[in-house]
Design a protein around this ligand. Structure first.
Ligand SMILES: C[S@@+](CC[C@H](N)C(=O)[O-])C[C@H]1O[C@@H](n2cnc3c(N)ncnc32)[C@H](O)[C@@H]1O
Length: 274
């Protein structure tokens, strides 16, 4: 596929402006498969036609489709394992000393198709005793397509094979209609409040969350956006609240006053207890 530089730049600039996801010139080729998906979706024969369509005007639906196709929604159950264990073994006991009563608010802020919040709740249901009932969980993403799948809570054979032990499949899912299609139990799904949220442009609530899972999303952002998002995360946490980042993500080069704690080799970022 031969694509002119100005077309790459047009889409890369639009995606950056609306999501913060950066496609540098050397990475433009990574847009090719996105263009292919968009051309199939709109039944267009060439990238030029796609460009002309978007250049003419971008309706809210066209915007949503472009965002859906330009985000990487890669996720799986119990990704990296340690954060989920740390939640029940370390974070909840710590939070319980400061917040012994009332609800504990957890936010999965780039939840993609839902495997992360579902894993959090399976972990809590199986290992947090009565704290399961104290947990209020919100989950958000910028991709409407990912959110739609998450809200339905049905996962296919491939999803199920990724990170989900068979015992938990049997315990928390029911087979749904067609073969190899599984629905998460309603006591878990109904507990998750899914909503659309753009980490770059939406307003963060102040001092609202006890725990924020912000994993494998900041890697796509440049340093300035990362700094801004992490500052907003800090403000969105309650005193003593925890931020969990993805494997390989860190606060290096960013001066937000989190305190570091370590659990089983995992770094946890904590807002100081007042
Ligand atoms: C690679 S997935 C990570 C999913 C999950 N947190 C995990 O670790 O498995 C990254 C998610 O971030 C979302 N995303 C990208 N940019 C975003 C933004 N500006 N605001 C909110 N979500 C965003 C994408 O739509 C995608 O679903």
């Amino acid at each position: 596929m031969k694509v002119s530089n100005h077309i790459y730049k047009f889409f890369a600039d639009y995606i950056y402006k609306h999501t913060g996801i950066t496609y540098l010139e050397k990475d433009y080729y990574r847009l090719d498969s996105r263009f292919k998906d968009l051309m199939d979706f709109f039944e267009l024969d060439s990238v030029d036609e796609l460009y002309n369509k978007y250049k003419a005007s971008i309706s809210p639906d066209m915007h949503a489709v472009l965002i859906n196709f330009s985000t990487n929604n890669e996720t799986y159950f119990f990704r990296d394992k340690k954060p989920f264990k740390a939640l029940t073994k370390h974070i909840l006991p710590e939070l319980n000393t400061k917040y012994p009563m009332g609800m504990l608010n957890i936010w999965s802020c780039a939840s993609s198709t839902g495997q992360e919040p579902v894993s959090i709740l399976m972990q809590l249901k199986d290992h947090a005793g009565k704290d399961f009932t104290r947990v209020n969980i919100k989950a958000s993403d910028i991709s409407e397509r990912a959110l739609s799948k998450a809200k339905v809570g049905i996962y296919n054979g491939l999803d199920i094979q990724r990170g989900l032990p068979i015992t938990l499949l049997m315990k928390h899912f029911e087979q749904e209609g067609e073969e190899n299609s599984w629905k998460i139990s309603s006591d878990i799904l109904s507990k998750i409040n899914y909503f659309s949220f753009n980490l770059l442009t939406d307003s963060f609530p102040k001092a609202s969350y006890h725990v924020i899972f912000c994993r494998n999303v900041l890697i796509y952002q440049d340093m300035d956006n990362k700094r801004e998002i992490l500052k907003n995360m800090f403000d969105a946490l309650k005193p003593g609240g925890y931020l969990l980042l993805g494997n390989g993500e860190s606060l290096i080069g960013i001066s937000v006053p989190f305190e570091k704690e370590s659990y089983d080799g995992l770094t946890l970022y904590r807002k100081p207890v007042e």
